[in-house]
Design a protein around this ligand. Structure first.
Ligand SMILES: C[S@@+](CC[C@H](N)C(=O)[O-])C[C@H]1O[C@@H](n2cnc3c(N)ncnc32)[C@H](O)[C@@H]1O
Length: 484
């Protein structure tokens, strides 16, 4: 909508401010490092001035292009108007509304169709993208210092770490692809970690706070404003990696657990998939990961003790459970919620195996009973489907109640695995969350590059699977233990 301020019309659509157009252009010039030498005095100081003049740190080249068209439309309209000084306010507003309507038409031609957006928003080139695209991969010390200071400054003013350009890349992705000095990429990861943790805290606070918000207006407003900025900048990087990309209908089994549990599944030669859409629930390329995970879960026990007591959440193809069986467990608990998977467990004779206890239903419903029975586990593993990052964090609660003091907890760590920077960010975010539950985490590295990453969508290992959910080289196998 158009915004009137002191009787003056400011066009404000998304982050476009027509009256600061010159400075918006200058921002991108500055971030292209065209003026030499590159010095702090010229670059960082000017950047700060531009940002202080209401140019949003999130502005994109697309926004500027749109603003230029808006400006042209306004000029044409005003040239056609009677220039008399005392135009009535109502008339003036009506006319500007007409301009706005024209602008809306311009906007429509510029905005990508909703179905084209990626991960919730392909926003276009931001100043951060411009910096990492323009800077030399072998900068001088001064150039590097200036670039880092500019990145810091932009983040300080609300730039988004996860904004995507037209190539579906964040600025951090570009820094990595162009092999800029690692310290540049690390800045983006650090910003991502800060932003995700902040967002989670604020969301938690607003969900559970018992304080009446009207009692603390300033604080709430500030938080709310920061939250809104963060939400603009935040493009859901992480949930279940096997989820589809957010442009699915409400009945998407990969996104909604109740839909998933009602969706028929099918076991194929190499995978467990949803029957109709072919969402990969579990695939056998993960075999090596499951093997190493099973070894890890029992690694705290010495040979002299009785067999391990283990708990696995999510049977899937039964790969990890097969490996755990081979460890001759004293007790092996398997929690499984999907009726078709439970049928498979029955058909394959798991109900008859000695020392195996099947917990039918969602772990959220079956684990409370175990907690009240005082069972303790040497190893706990979590690998579900269509659950969120928050579900994983909620799972830490039963973990601390059920894990033996020397026990090991692990999970299928696919957090953000379809984008390297998201994987790097969530490696740190989950550590912060685990630490809050008194758990330490270390990672063993499993190279999965040849298994999946290099295989194209829909081919080889991904044949018949709706979407490849793994795009990073390494699997980081988490080993979580109680802090000493
Ligand atoms: C990725 S598969 C697990 C694969 C398993 N790690 C293996 O080695 O074959 C996920 C499994 O979790 C189950 N699941 C999903 N949500 C669950 C929940 N809340 N409680 C218990 N099981 C769940 C799914 O039905 C599915 O069988």
């Amino acid at each position: 909508m158009p915004i009137y301020l002191n009787d003056q019309l400011l066009f404000c659509t998304n982050t476009i401010f027509v009256d600061t157009l010159e400075m918006e252009n200058e921002l991108f010039d500055l971030c292209s490092f065209t003026q030499k030498p590159v010095s702090k005095a010229t670059y960082v100081t000017r950047l700060e001035e531009i940002l202080r003049s209401d140019v949003p740190a999130t502005i994109t080249l697309k926004d500027i292009e749109m603003a230029q068209k808006i400006q042209a439309a306004m000029q044409t309209q005003l040239e056609n108007e009677d220039n008399e000084a005392a135009i009535q306010q109502d008339e003036k507003r009506q006319k500007t509304q007409e301009v706005f309507d024209k602008v809306a038409v311009v906007e429509e031609t510029l905005e990508p169709a909703e179905s084209e957006t990626v991960d919730g928003g392909d926003t276009g080139t931001t100043a951060l993208h411009q910096i990492v695209t323009s800077m030399s991969p072998t900068p001088t010390d001064e150039e590097l210092t200036v670039a880092l200071a500019m990145i810091d400054k932009l983040f300080e003013w609300g730039a988004g770490w996860m904004m995507l350009d037209d190539n579906d890349e964040t600025a951090g992705c570009i820094a990595l692809r162009r092999q800029l000095p690692r310290v540049v990429y690390d800045k983006f990861v650090a910003a991502g970690v800060r932003s995700e943790i902040f967002l989670r805290r604020v969301t938690e606070d607003s969900a559970y706070s018992e304080v009446d918000e009207s009692d603390i207006p300033n604080l709430v407003e500030e938080d709310q404003q920061q939250l809104e900025e963060q939400e603009v900048n935040h493009i859901e990087p992480v949930d279940d990696p096997k989820k589809t990309d957010g442009v699915e209908a409400d009945n998407d089994a990969a996104c909604y657990q109740d839909v998933y549990l009602d969706t028929p599944l099918e076991y194929t030669e190499h995978a467990l998939v949803t029957k109709e859409l072919g969402d990969g629930v579990m695939m056998d390329w993960e075999d090596e990961i499951m093997k190493r995970s099973a070894n890890l879960l029992v690694s705290s026990l010495d040979d002299a003790t009785r067999g391990p007591i283990v708990l696995n959440i999510g049977f899937g193809m039964g790969i990890i459970d097969g490996y755990l069986q081979s460890k001759k467990p004293y007790k092996q608990y398997i929690s499984e919620a999907h009726p078709d998977v439970l049928k498979k467990l029955r058909a394959d004779g798991w109900y008859e195996k000695p020392n195996v206890i099947i917990l039918e239903g969602r772990w959220q419903d079956t684990l409370p009973k175990l907690l009240s029975e005082g069972v303790y586990f040497d190893g706990i593993y979590y690998d579900t489907f269509s659950e969120t990052y928050q579900d994983l964090v909620d799972f830490f609660d039963p973990v601390v109640g059920l894990l033996a003091p020397t026990g090991i907890f692990s999970f299928f760590n696919g957090l953000g695995a379809d984008r390297q920077i998201c994987y790097d960010v969530y490696t740190q975010v989950v550590e912060v969350d685990l630490n809050e539950y008194g758990l330490n985490v270390t990672y063993d590295i499993i190279n999965v590059d040849d298994m999946v990453k290099t295989k194209p969508e829909g081919e080889g290992v991904w044949g018949g699977i709706k979407r490849s959910y793994w795009k990073v080289d390494e699997f980081r196998l988490p080993k979580c233990t109680f802090m000493a």
